[in-house]
Write a protein that binds this ligand. Sequence first.
Ligand code: NZQ
Ligand code: ZN
Length: 397
Amino acid sequence: MTQQISLKLKQITMYNFEYKNPVKIIFGKDTISNVANEVPKNAKILLTYGGGSIKKNGVYDQVMNALKGDNLLEFGGIEVNPHYETCMKAVELVKNEKIDFLLSVGGGSVLDATKFIAAAALYKNGDPWDILVKRGKVDDAIPVGAVLTLPATGSEMNGNSVITRISTLEKMAFSSPKVMPQFSILDPECVFTLPDKQVANGIVDAFVHVMEQYLTFDVNSPVQDRFAESILITLIEEGPKVLANRKDYDAAANFMWSATMALNGLIGAGVPQDWTTHGIGHELTAFHGIDHARTLAIVLPGVMNIKRQSKKDKLLQYGKRIWGITEGTDDEKIDASIAKTVEFFESVGLPTTLLAYNVTKVSVNKIVNRFEKRGNKLGEKADIGFQEIEQILKDRL
Ligand code: NZQ
Ligand code: ZN
């Protein structure tokens, strides 16, 4: 009994934490030209970008006009789910040209690649791939700045980066304060040129970032909970407005700021975090090339279903505060919350089953085997091993 009480007491206390976020955010209409004031004077800059969207929507021209006269080189062609192989080509260029500032102009993929390039170029402890697979410590990195063109990942205000090695079909993440951008420019008008698919992906990615840090167990953290809930509700209200009218500046601005707030460390400070959905989702992208957010829309309902006991209190809170679910038994309320989540993802255009992507049992087994080999466990209680992952994925077939 005493042990039970002390365990309970232990569980309801917010964790100790340190929080520092040095990223300068420059937010709003016509802010891209501010890049000129932010890049260091006399620096040799490498501008990194993706497949060319910035050249079609005017962002490239805005940046180039602002940086007229600066010492600037370019590295384009960074893929969606950026490739390690491509990043290493940029690392070579950075070393040969003695680049001392990296300016990422694009979405999360370009920024993640740029962060990895920044760390890999100065990595002295062996093969830069170790940064991703062996959690190799990043002692130093070339400073990074960002002009963000797609709200989704939160990469603009965090130290995370996710890189794919094509030769082995592995998608791995690393995190270091050294690669947090010095500044990130967020002009919501960049949303105006996004295709529906990218808007929908962004809404769901941000939504699931919040869920990974919220849908765990209670540690008596009402500030973090209510911040998290405000982001979820904003995404539910503003996301569809962006989809309906791409030129709705107010909706675009609220969507953009929601995505940043969802993963800048604030709502996750002092609380348990899950990240199972992302862990499994990365494998679906690695093996099947499914867009990041789309993998999350598939996996999250499975995690909610399979972990309904250990996440019960938060699932009920989520159902009540986000969807107004108050009727029925606990299980019925949880079922209704999962159904509402699925309905929301599908309403913005993201399918929520593996079948929709022709992913079969054979593929599920391949993913499960990979987790079995790795041997690590996922989840806020580190209790999701390969058997639970199999249950979660079979729930979504
Ligand atoms: O490559 P370009 O030509 O620039 O086109 C991109 C790309 O095709 C296009 N796009 C971007 N801004 C646009 C635009 N098209 C028109 N108008 C604009 N304003 O959109 C496409 C997708 O871009 P991408 O950068 O791949 O999308 P997103 O920002 O969703 O990034 C996804 C990547 O971020 C990782 C994901 O795993 C994935 O690799 N994540 C990074 C995180 C982080 N750093 O904290 C956390 C996330 O959980 C996520 O894992
Ligand atoms: Zn994500």
